[in-house]
Design a protein around this ligand. Sequence first.
Ligand code: ADE
Length: 227
Amino acid sequence: MAKIGIIAALDVEINDLIKDFNAEPVNDYIYKGGFSGHEIYLTLCGIGKVNSALCTQRIIDYANPDYIINSGIAGAVSKDLKLLDTVISEKLVYHDFYPVELLKTYFPHCSEFEADKKLVKLAWEACEKFARENKDFSFKKGIIASGDMFVNSSEYNKKLDEEFGASCVEMEGAAVAHTALANKKPFLVLRTVSDGADDEAETVYDEFFALAAQRSVYLVKDIIANI
Ligand code: ADE
């Protein structure tokens, strides 16, 4: 039995997990449920780095989980990603923190946050399985860039590619990763593409965010079933 903390920013990213894990509130922020013999703690953190860091710390303080998972949606940066494809975090970075060296002056003394290899492997296997049954699904491991902005500019998207080598962009993952690492907790971020983080991002997002969130939920359940 493992204790697993799950953090997500939006209702659509977490509600089905709360339901499927029969989770009940234990306080104003945290739900507790069970799945596949594991104890699962879930929190809806809201959007952005501060909210997600706060909620990650809350889950750690309350439950001392063995693993932290941040699941949800993202804008694509890699050219080889299409809508509803999935990115598995190898590393997380902030794209709005300058100069990045300042991050190294305080614990955990790094500016890139490396995900747990066991969780990355389980995520890869869950995606492989899903791809066998869904021929148009692609997935990749890569760098996920986080910042306090919804990226809706093709020009900024290019910068995320060139400066950070990012596969996708979202608004919480690096803060969850930073907080998990500062507490010595293994973590994973899993994100499914809801838009192209480009000039058309807003309209595409409106159509695809719920479907993308659902896909991440499905994959997270498979990952947890195999922990
Ligand atoms: N999450 C989903 N799409 C996004 C985008 N384009 N920018 C930031 N976060 C996102």
